[in-house]
Design a protein. Structure first.
Length: 308
């Protein structure tokens, strides 16, 4: 598989859904050297695995006992958590109406049985390459061009995901809103080129402080940043806020226009709550923003917090 395999961070994840062990073995032989293979032998299992695994591609047999492949595909495409996963149908059926229905349901391709190794490998390579390219473009659209960290669009998507997960699991969700103190004065004194460099340094310091893979540091807009902290109570969020303050102090970026420090400093607002389905993520943003406002009103270069 050569070229495209090198561009994945890790190996592509391939989910094979078939109730016939012989078919699973054939596909396993074809791809075990290049992909991480995962198996499901019935429809319900395929749907559950897809949600947790988030495979790069699903090879789905149409003719299965119980829930057939068409229904599995239908349910996958109706769920936002799995709708973007490409599906290739594998089938011994050759009716054009069935193929048309499968494509209408959202499948990207059909492979006919008996399986031809060269064709299977070529089709899988094509759709994994397309998936990789699509993921790359989506990633670019969600990265702030100046600082290189996630942008407001990525923040909104991640907060909605974290909110939904916290609702399901009954976990606390925390949010941190961060503002660079007197940044307009910094820009006025040093100019916008140096101001952009300051934003990059602050963004890097914040992002390096957020270590867990399911947390997110993002540029919220202008000189304002945000950190989404799933499964984190107020105490844990405040520990991270102190860590970020310390990193910014260590940068020792001179700020002659500041009234609170001779260096660039931050005001931080932190809010924690238990999400519920009858509440909205915007409520958490508003709470954290209120705490940021308090930090700025009370002298800047400090942290204000609230658990709701």
């Amino acid at each position: 598989m050569g070229f495209w395999i090198e561009h994945y961070q890790g190996r592509p994840k391939l989910l094979v859904v078939d109730d016939k062990p012989i078919n699973i073995r054939i596909i396993n032989e074809l791809f075990r050297a290049d992909c991480d293979l995962h198996m499901a032998t019935h429809g319900a299992q395929a749907i559950a695995v897809s949600k947790t695994l988030q495979p790069d591609l699903i090879l789905l047999d149409i003719m299965m006992d119980g829930m057939d492949g068409l229904e599995v595909c239908r349910r996958l495409k109706m769920d936002p958590a799995t709708a973007a996963i490409p599906v290739i149908f594998i089938t011994a059926k050759r009716e054009e109406d069935d193929e048309a229905l499968g494509l209408e349901l959202g499948a990207v391709d059909y492979i006919s049985k008996p399986l031809n190794s060269a064709i299977v490998r070529a089709r899988v390579k094509t759709h994994l390459t397309l998936k990789l390219q699509n993921d790359y473009l989506k990633g670019l659209a969600r990265v702030d061009g100046l600082t290189g960290i996630p942008n407001r669009r990525a923040f909104d998507v991640r907060l909605a995901q974290a909110w939904s997960q916290a609702c399901r699991e009954g976990r606390t969700l925390s949010l941190m809103m961060i503002d660079i103190d007197y940044f307009k004065r910094y820009n006025d004194h040093f100019g916008h080129v140096q101001g952009d460099e300051c934003l990059r340094q602050v963004a890097k310091a914040i992002a390096q402080s957020v270590n867990r893979p399911y947390d997110m540091a993002a540029r919220f807009g202008g000189e304002e940043f945000a950190c989404i902290l799933p499964e984190t109570n107020l105490q844990g969020a405040l520990i991270l806020a102190d860590k970020i303050q310390a990193r910014i102090s260590q940068l020792a970026v001179a700020h002659p226009g500041s009234e609170v420090s001779k260096w660039v400093s931050l005001s931080i607002g932190v809010a924690s709550l238990q999400p519920r389905i009858d509440r909205e993520p915007s409520e958490l943003i508003a709470l954290a923003d209120q705490q940021l406002y308090q930090a700025k009103q009370n002298g800047r270069n400090q942290i204000f917090s609230l658990a709701a």
